[in-house]
Design a protein around this ligand. Sequence first.
Ligand code: PEP
Length: 253
Amino acid sequence: MVATPIVAGNWKMNKTPTEACSFIQESVNLLLDIDRVKVIFLPPFTGLFDMHVEHPFSLGAQNCHWEDQGAFTGEISVGMLKDCGVSYVIVGHSERRHVFSETNDWINRKVKAIIAADLIPILCIGETFEQRKSGQTNQVLEEQLQDGLEMINSLEKLVVAYEPVWAIGTGITASVEQVSGALSLVRDILSIQFSDSNIDNSPIIYGGSVTPTNAEELISVPGVDGFLVGGASLNIESFTSIIKIVDKIILNK
Ligand code: PEP
């Protein structure tokens, strides 16, 4: 493994700022001896304000708008996030794509705005169950990567999260073969699209019902550089266990 492994906790619309603060403080105290894994907390926007974390911990946001400011009720700009100490922003999460109908074009605008602000996008890609069943997985991943990263010249600041939609919040995890197949496809697509960049340095992580029970098997899959964790990141014990498992296994990868 070349890229520093990442474990990112996507809390979605859960936890008040008070809860977020005590969760982060408690987790940090339980992870004092972790320094080989980047740990990213992604609370709702309200949990980002006045939250201070230090290496190897970072703050991430779950979404953003691509404009700097203006009449965009309910939206938030990358400048506002940066001012809160955010380093990462999730883009193209399946709930944004499928519940809020975000298109690859919107996702690409967000990726460009995030990179322009010197923050790091966590670009989520993944096929639905129907798309996998009808043999469209490769085409979907290719489209989401090519369109989502249009006009991006370098992979230097990017995390790609492969998150099959059918595995998110369902308790169904992709098999080792499915994860390894999808990740090597992602690497192939990126190496064609970014022929000048060193793909090995770009973290590609997996998300979809990761728990302390399956984390060891999944992080051992060649090419998996970490996890984007939803449900299991809401509980201190399960989230910190996943981080400790990744920290232990990467030594041997
Ligand atoms: C997610 O929200 O990105 C996710 C992977 O959720 P879960 O771990 O609950 O499947």
